[in-house]
Design a binder for this molecule. Structure first.
Ligand SMILES: Cc1cc2nc3c(=O)[nH]c(=O)nc-3n(C[C@H](O)[C@H](O)[C@H](O)COP(=O)(O)OP(=O)(O)OC[C@H]3O[C@@H](n4cnc5c(N)ncnc54)[C@H](O)[C@@H]3O)c2cc1C
Length: 378
């Protein structure tokens, strides 16, 4: 796997691993399982420069590259899921700005996102529009000074903590009645509320957002009218593969815990690691983990080098890595026997945390559809 990374990339990965061990472990222990994003966590991540991954070169960043985002998520996700989601959302909410934001919008928001002064999120999903994005009902009607937005978004990660939100809404055009546009909304704009905080099986700041005659100034339109669907999909293409990276990180933590436990736990007079049934589980976990990581790195390298079929590679990475991670956590838990299901054990927490990864940013079913469509098109 090392062959796929340059020396600088290996150093960056190690930097993230040390940051997770030295800074995130104590913060996660202090706050426990919570749905609130601790300020101390945001500050630590900002101080470590992690949000600068989302800064364009003209604003002092290195340009937004998929591989470093994946390397960071791989190192964070298995240690502290709230940190991983915070990083991912900072990326999902800022990438549209990076892609199509004008100079004034980038100056106003992007630098502050890169320094962790503003938290952001990405709001696409609605009660009637999950996998089927085009079924969205939120609509922004053009007025003299801008737009009036009405509608609802559901399952919005960082929905409570975020200061600014990229919202996708229908803006019917004469030649395209299903057109979607992207808008930048600030918390506190009249008519914009966090209508409900949702509760998941694992720690996650996630909420429902509501827009009642919310006035959006024209300056807050992102990109061109009708460009929203393309902005949403181009953003997902990058962040989908990084969900695969987070899955690899979670699987690695489960594998390490299982390997260490198997060597210590004695039954029938021998460590259980000496039984072939356990050895086969460990062998499968390690093999699938390496294969998943290779798919994630391949997708990210292809994206960063401007290669072909990035969308297919991203879907393969997300699909395979999240399925592998779920199996690895399940097998890791099995190796722990009864202790695996006790509240507070590492594998019990991972078991709850890993589940959502097969759903968000496109379910495993949708990833397979994307892969198959791309194969059939060829
Ligand atoms: C933890 C979490 C965080 C999230 N964060 C965000 C966020 O920050 N921003 C945001 O916009 N959204 C977010 N989402 C929403 C997420 O992207 C959607 O949940 C996801 O796209 C699936 O939509 P749905 O839940 O409506 O399921 P549905 O689309 O209703 O799907 C239900 C089932 O039907 C299957 N299915 C649907 N259509 C097909 C088909 N054509 N063929 C085969 N099977 C199909 C699905 O695979 C699934 O198994 C988040 C979700 C979760 C769970």
């Amino acid at each position: 796997m090392d062959l796929m990374l340059s020396l600088d990339e290996k150093k960056f990965k190690e930097y993230c691993r040390n940051f997770a061990k030295e800074k995130l472990v104590p913060i996660s222990e202090r706050y426990g399982e919570t749905d609130d994003v601790p300020e101390e966590l945001v500050k630590a991540m900002a101080d470590a420069g992690l949000f600068k991954l989302f800064l364009s070169e003209d604003l002092g960043g290195k340009g937004v590259k998929a591989l470093p985002i994946c390397l960071a998520r791989e190192e964070l996700a298995g240690v502290y899921c709230l940190a991983d989601v915070t990083l991912a959302m900072q990326g999902l909410g800022s990438y549209p700005l990076f892609l199509v934001g004008n100079r004034e919008q980038k100056n106003r928001y992007l630098t502050r996102i890169g320094f962790g002064e503003l938290l952001t999120t990405y709001a696409l999903t609605e009660p009637e529009a999950g996998s089927d994005v085009n079924a969205m009902k939120s609509e922004a009607q053009e007025t003299s000074g801008g737009f009036t937005l009405n509608g609802k978004k559901r399952f919005i990660s960082n929905g409570y903590a975020a200061d600014i939100v990229v919202v996708f809404a229908k803006t019917p055009l004469p030649d395209n009645p299903r057109a979607i546009s992207a808008f930048l909304l600030e918390k506190g704009m009249p008519g914009f509320t966090v209508s409900e905080r949702m509760k998941l099986i694992a720690s996650h700041d996630i909420a429902e957002l509501k827009f009642d005659d919310c006035h959006i100034p024209r300056d807050n339109l992102l990109g061109k009218m009708g460009e929203g669907y393309s902005i949403a999909m181009r953003t997902l293409e990058v962040f989908r593969m990084s969900v695969g990276a987070a899955a690899v990180g979670i699987a690695r933590t489960a594998f390490d815990a299982a390997l260490s436990y198997a060597k210590k736990r004695v039954q029938f007079g021998r460590p259980i690691a000496e039984y072939q049934a356990i050895q086969f589980k460990l062998a499968e976990m390690a093999t699938e983990l390496d294969a998943a990581r290779a798919l994630v790195y391949r997708a990210a390298i292809r994206k960063d080098q401007g290669g072909a079929d990035v969308s297919r590679a991203a879907s393969m990475a997300k699909y395979y890595a999240t399925e592998v991670a779920f199996r690895a956590v399940d097998q890791g838990l099995q190796i722990h026997g009864g202790l695996g299901v006790t509240k507070g054990s590492i594998v019990e927490r991972l078991y709850r945390e890993v589940r959502a990864l097969r759903i968000y940013e496109g379910t495993s079913e949708i990833q397979r559809l994307i892969i198959a469509n791309s194969l059939l098109k060829d």
